[in-house]
Design a protein around this ligand. Sequence first.
Ligand code: QAP
Ligand code: CO
Length: 203
Amino acid sequence: MVYTANIGMFKVVIVRTARMLTVVYTHLLEIHHKAMTIRTILEFPDPRLRITAAPVAKVDKRIRHLVDDMFETMYEAKGIGLAATQIDEHQRIVVMDVSEERDSPLTLINPEVEFIGDSQREHDEGCLSVPGFYETVSRPDCIRLRALNEKGDVFELEPDGLLAVCIQHELDHLNGKLFVDYLSALKRQRIRKKLEKLHRQLA
Ligand code: QAP
Ligand code: CO
């Protein structure tokens, strides 16, 4: 008798003979399709962070693969959000996870944001592309989001708090904008000089 079982990512083939129950071989299932890559994150003041991303025409296998790479890259870097622009892919895709448990992935493709009401809120922001710097930014508090998910289905959200801040921050990336653009020219220049120095030392 031959049995097969899926245990995690392994496919196990079990052969039963008269007195033995033997696992004769295991092999990786789906590893080819699920292979993910941690990608390099561009850092300020890299001019490629200023490129406006193009809409995704069709959510296909290649887009889903890119989304997987983005999650892998974001989680590895301990980020809560990453826009495709930050890994030099100029398509309108964002991945996020603002949960403490790191178990609530959210994919936004071709996101559109509308501001509801006119209350603003201040929040400390950082950015994987501006490592080591955190500054207070004021943004609209309540928004309505419309986007496609990784299956290509449209969905809507009316987030507030950290999720609303993060969505606006990531959508800015797709338009070539960074949180440092909301700071004074002096603060922005200081950050740029410090990062340039760091990049020279690492080169
Ligand atoms: C955007 O930013 C954001 O400097 C996402 O050394 C941040 O994930 C929106 C990070 C705050 C709203 C509030 C930054 C990781 C991650 C760093 C991030 C660092 C390591 C930033
Ligand atoms: Co950012």
